[in-house]
Design a binder for this molecule. Structure first.
Ligand code: FE2
Length: 135
């Protein structure tokens, strides 16, 4: 089973890598939809917690530490912040897809592609230095 997971990851990684080379616009759109599916899955998870189908146990210490949650946080709190994070990933990827010029319809990409990557960089790093960006 572990070998199967590694094999599937290897195929996906390479397929996505070449897909990204062919069309970053399409690649970001795909990831945007994958992240949207994650948001949906976590929403179902929250419904099951609310319905009592899954016990709302105390959050594990590693989750409290990583997500900077209060010491008395529960599983529902963890799922809520993870879902918000996935929603952010969805928005970033759909935004990237919109801003990246079409590979075939836009022969001379304008500055929007650069602006897009600068924006993504600033979203993922608090230390992102915009002073050296020249586009
Ligand atoms: Fe994500």
């Amino acid at each position: 089973e572990r070998a199967l997971v590694i094999a599937v990851q290897g195929v996906f990684f390479n397929a996505y890598f070449f897909g990204y080379l062919i069309s970053p616009k399409f690649a970001h759109r795909v990831v945007g939809y994958l992240e949207e599916e994650a948001v949906h899955s976590y929403t179902e998870f929250l419904k099951d917690l609310d319905d009592g189908k899954i016990d709302n146990v105390p959050a594990p210490a590693i989750a409290i530490d990583y997500w900077r949650l209060p010491a008395n946080a529960t599983l529902k709190d963890v799922v809520t912040v993870v879902r918000a994070d996935e929603a952010h990933h969805r928005d970033v990827n759909h935004f990237a897809s919109v801003r990246i010029p079409h590979p075939f319809l836009t022969p001379f990409p304008d500055q929007s592609m650069c602006i897009c990557f600068v924006w993504i960089g600033s979203e993922f790093s608090d230390d992102f230095d915009l002073s050296h960006v020249s586009c």
